[in-house]
Design a protein around this ligand. Structure first.
Ligand SMILES: [Zn+2]
Length: 217
């Protein structure tokens, strides 16, 4: 038994062949002759009453649509913009007269998914990802690279990243980090809600956690 995938591939191959065939025929005869004996496969009649938007300087309103082969702009696959799809585009969607199919279905979906993800990620989630990434640094011994990343986070315009950087320093808990945490923690007098206040709180918490396992701090 054939899988759906096989069947789709066969249909596509047949459509491509047919589109090439139609194109070849159009070189020797015009479309009216083509359809003299009625519609041929790969052809759909146009409903001119739905094509008012076609009446531009662009030219004639089409009598019908023909399957058109095209190459996907992104993946290079051979595809067919079928006559039915064109009819739907021009008459139902009332899409642009100048439109051409340029991407295969899979590539269109991939683009849409990327765009949606980018929209979702704007702001909040990117920050969330960055927080998670910084936290993960704390589970390993500091390296030059991760130390630099924490330094960068400390300069971030996002307060939450700066706070996480302080927490990570606390978890690393080397002498140099302890010293810096103590300096942060010393700034207790700052006004509630200020960055210094938040930093002091985060540093104090990190030092307290450190103290439980290392009482000499
Ligand atoms: Zn593609």
């Amino acid at each position: 038994m054939k899988s759906n995938k096989q069947r789709r591939a066969e249909i596509k191959a047949r459509r491509l062949e047919r589109a090439a065939d139609l194109k070849a025929k159009l070189r020797t005869q015009d479309a009216r002759q083509l359809s003299a004996g009625g519609l041929v496969p790969g052809m759909a009649m146009a409903d001119k009453s739905l094509l008012a938007h076609y009446n531009t300087t662009f030219g004639e309103v089409p009598d019908f649509y023909l399957d058109q082969a095209y190459t996907c702009r992104d993946c290079g696959a051979q595809e067919v913009w079928t006559a039915k799809q064109q009819k739907w585009w021009h008459e139902v969607v009332q899409g642009s007269v100048y439109s051409q199919a340029v991407r295969c279905r899979a590539c269109r979906q991939a683009r849409r998914a990327l765009r949606d993800a980018a929209l979702r990620n704007e702001g909040a989630n990117l920050l969330g990802d960055e927080v998670a990434r910084l936290r993960a640094l704390a589970t390993k011994k500091p390296t030059d690279e991760s130390l630099a990343q924490v330094e960068t986070a400390l300069q971030s315009k996002w307060r939450s990243l700066r706070v996480v950087a302080i927490e990570v320093m606390g978890q690393w808990g080397g002498p140099e980090q302890i010293e810096r945490l103590q300096a942060f923690a010393a700034d207790r007098g700052s006004s509630y809600g200020s960055w210094e206040y938040e930093a002091s709180k985060a540093a104090a918490k990190a030092l307290a956690r450190k103290a439980e396992v290392d009482p000499e701090c």
